[in-house]
Design a protein around this ligand. Structure first.
Ligand SMILES: [Zn+2]
Length: 395
């Protein structure tokens, strides 16, 4: 893997565009699509090909989803996860936890390994177990095992989490035959700027090819997040990619990009889809003022609409007029409303296709904005419109 920063925002800004060279080239800032047991929840292999390329090639896979699956040796004998899933060209990035099925359980984590709440109960995963999973699955990249803690833990527990995460990183690198060439060092530190800096500085000394910044989205204070993110990225070498997990709202992504984050891993699309929501906010807005009225509010919150609302029962329009996705090209809001009301899984399939498509276009717009030197304007306009909408809704 090779990473090249191609553009950094001027005026003291930290937002940057780059290219992740792995297989082909993936432009950043970019999104990792979340998966359940290998594939996005409602998008099968053939439909994956209909998503924008190469933007949709990055997939986050959870080794912990496979603990109770086929024996690891079987996956290894098949040739790894790429062959098992039938996705030879996708870039699989392995990281132990997710926000849906495999949540970190900080109370049950101990000095031997990290604990996760899974559908089959709580599982303790030691670095050696984890690296065995990784070596059998053969992902393109993997993040080290971490002791992620929520924001409200004591300073002492936070410090322990940093110590353990660093120790497990060393253990993981020692167990990896490729000596860390494809590893992302996990950075924790909770809501302590001091621990965040310490962890980032220590991880940066290791032989890793990038950084996985975790511990956000676990009860942390939104006001504090910006300074925590900046404290971390200030300690990292500019030439290696930085990924942040669990930040998925459009404003959160913009905040991360402004702090110098290159990759995002979140279950936002899944959460939207399960709630019956479709993203509708304007994405092609680089270089021009966002038009009033584009931030629609029919049952949503200005970035999305709730297709379950009765107002869509007779709505024969597309989700988004300018969207080229399969759903928008073939179906109406009324049909999606009907599918949701009769509990047809096709509703989630069609929604996930659109939401993924739309969100990847949002990332493309962010890259365009950085490349033409307009990221700050882009971000300010987006946040301003959202605030104006929220204020109007409250009044
Ligand atoms: Zn669409």
């Amino acid at each position: 893997m090779r990473f090249v920063v191609t553009k950094v925002c001027g005026g003291g800004g930290k937002a940057r565009a780059g290219v992740l060279h792995i297989g082909g080239g993936i432009e950043t800032p970019a999104l990792l699509l979340s998966t359940r047991k290998g594939l996005p929840s409602f998008v099968s292999c053939d439909l994956l090909a209909s998503l924008p390329l190469p933007d949709s090639l990055l997939l986050h896979v959870c080794p912990t989803h496979f603990i109770e699956g086929p024996p690891m040796k079987t996956i290894s004998n098949i040739g790894g996860l790429h062959r098992m899933l039938g996705l030879p060209d996708h870039i699989l990035v392995a990281a132990a936890g997710d926000s849906i099925e495999s949540l970190p359980s900080s109370e049950a984590t101990n000095k031997f390994g990290a604990s996760f709440d899974t559908p089959s109960g709580r599982r303790l995963v030691k670095p050696s177990d984890y690296m065995e999973l990784v070596s059998c699955m053969k992902p393109n990249l993997w993040a080290s095992l971490a002791d992620e803690v929520p924001a409200w833990v004591t300073e002492k527990r936070n410090k322990t989490s940093v110590d353990r995460t660093l120790r497990w990183l060393d253990a993981c690198i020692a167990l990896d035959a490729a000596a860390g060439a494809n590893s992302f060092g996990f950075i924790v530190g909770g809501s302590s700027i001091e621990q965040r800096r310490l962890c980032a500085t220590e991880v940066a000394k290791r032989n890793v090819s990038g950084f996985w910044i975790g511990g956000f989205g676990l009860g942390d204070d939104i006001e504090e997040r910006c300074s925590l993110l900046n404290a971390v990225t200030d300690c990292l070498p500019p030439e290696k990619p930085r990924l942040v997990s669990r930040l998925g709202l459009p404003e959160e992504v913009l905040e991360g990009v402004a702090a110098g984050i290159d990759l995002f891993d979140s279950t936002y699309i899944y959460q939207l889809t399960m709630g019956g929501f479709a993203l509708i906010f304007p994405v092609d807005m680089v270089g021009r003022e966002m038009q009033n009225g584009l931030f629609n509010n029919d049952g949503g919150d200005s970035t999305k609409i709730n297709l379950r609302a009765t107002t869509y029962r007779k709505d024969t329009s597309r989700l988004v007029d300018s969207c080229s996705c399969f759903t928008c090209q073939n179906h109406t809001r009324a049909y999606l409303n009907h599918l949701l009301n009769v509990h047809e899984m096709l509703a989630q399939i069609l929604l996930e296709i659109h939401n993924t498509h739309h969100y990847l276009r949002f990332f493309r717009s962010i890259r365009e904005a950085i490349n033409v030197g307009e990221f700050d304007v882009f971000r300010q306009q987006f946040v301003k419109k959202r605030r104006a909408h929220i204020t109007a809704a409250v009044l």
